[in-house]
Design a protein around this ligand. Structure first.
Ligand code: XIL
Length: 377
């Protein structure tokens, strides 16, 4: 049974027609004629990418062909975040999000909504709320309007994003401060009501680390004990080739799935650059100073590092395959290296190489390595 088919009953004819065309024109890779990441892993889990505005608007034909050939799941990198989609109390920008959903539907892709409740990239008016009633109204209207608009079209929502601190306690956000920890349950319940068919996920970075994982497990158990629907956990996967703790990742896959939910890797990228202060994870508010030592591969990536990147991706995908029954999706955080947020985070203006496609939109050694896992047993 292929896991990657039939996300939208309506879209299936499009998908089949598209698949036929893609198979007949795309180049074969390896001996067994595997055509793409999504076809290589079609019996295992979905393979996704994050789309920026330029991708949604199909501005670059080569990028557009690549996205359709390689990926069967999409996440909006920024355009569904509350700051962008709901900038002032009574105004919503649905232009790009409608196009994003349309893009997924017409290409038969699994469509992720990212993200409903997050302390970051929050509209200024919401960040300033100082009382429970007003924040409850914001959350209710926001979730009803956004999740409601795409009900039956979005396959899965990141309902709450990054609610935890590194030690596993709850992050002091405008949501926690005004509503207490129940805001998480409220958000999931509202999402379940607004779109009863979407799979609902809790999404965070570093939740493969022991203390934060413990906090995430507790959070999920509480939701389940209160009868709230939660279908999965998203481990973001903003990691580094210099530090990749496969043991903790494996323990996390096992422990999260023992809760009876799916595990997705929702924002995978492997930085090849030095990490200031050995920063781990993805707190988008952390920034560090620019310096040449922190940007060693300004012009190109040495072959030796290209190989390390390929090896780290091989290790990761071997692990993902070992636990394929527990994993619903592996999504890369971007299409190609030029588009990665890691060129600007946590230090601005660097040249990073964290993805499987290079700046010319050509597959890298790491791409071949990930495909080879499925051709050479
Ligand atoms: C990042 C985007 O990639 C950037 O373009 C933006 O400037 C900041 O946010 N965790 C998340 C993602 O859940 O939404 C973040 O995306 C990366 C960390």
């Amino acid at each position: 049974m292929k896991k990657s088919m039939n996300y939208h009953k309506i879209a299936k004819p499009f998908y089949s027609a598209f698949l036929f065309c893609a198979l007949s024109v795309s180049p074969s890779v390896g001996q067994n004629k595997i055509q793409s990441l999504k076809s290589a892993y079609e019996d295992d889990f979905l393979i996704g990418t994050a789309l920026g505005t330029e991708h949604i608007l199909e501005r670059n034909e080569k990028a557009n062909r690549l996205i359709k050939r390689e990926f069967n799941a999409i996440t909006p990198e920024n355009i569904m975040k509350s700051q962008i989609i709901h900038p002032t109390p009574n105004h919503y920008n649905f232009d790009l999000s409608d196009k994003y959903v349309e893009y997924g539907l017409k290409n038969g892709m699994y469509i992720v909504g990212h993200t409903l409740i997050w302390h970051s990239q929050l509209p200024a008016f919401a960040g300033k709320i100082k009382n429970a009633d007003s924040l409850r109204i914001f959350m209710t209207e926001h979730i009803n309007t956004v999740a409601g608009r795409y009900a039956g079209k979005i396959n899965s929502w990141d309902v709450v994003n990054e609610a935890l601190n590194e030690d596993g306690t709850l992050r002091k956000s405008v949501f926690l401060n005004n509503l207490g920890e129940d805001y998480i349950k409220n958000a999931f319940d509202l999402a379940a009501k607004a779109d009863p068919h979407a799979a609902l996920y809790y999404n965070d970075y570093n939740i493969e680390q022991p203390a934060k994982r413990k906090g995430a497990i507790e959070l999920i158990r509480k939701l389940q004990a209160g009868g709230t629907k939660i279908d999965g956990v998203g481990i973001q996967g903003h990691w580094s080739i210099h530090k990749l703790n496969l043991q903790e990742i494996e323990t996390s896959i096992i422990e999260f799935s023992q809760l009876g939910i799916k595990v997705a890797f929702t924002e995978l990228d492997l930085s090849v650059l030095p990490n200031p202060w050995d920063l781990q994870g993805a707190d988008v508010n952390q920034r560090f100073a620019e310096s040449p030592a922190m940007n060693p591969y300004k012009d190109s990536l040495p072959d030796s590092i290209q190989t390390v990147l390929a090896n780290r991706y091989t290790d990761l995908f071997k692990l993902f395959l070992k636990h394929r029954d527990k994993i619903s999706r592996v999504t890369f955080w971007g299409v190609d290296d030029s588009h990665s947020w890691l060129n600007g985070f946590p230090i601005r203006n660097r040249t990073n190489y964290p993805l499987l496609f290079d700046r010319a939109l050509e597959p890298k050694k790491a791409y071949q390595a990930v495909i080879n896992l499925k051709t050479t047993k």
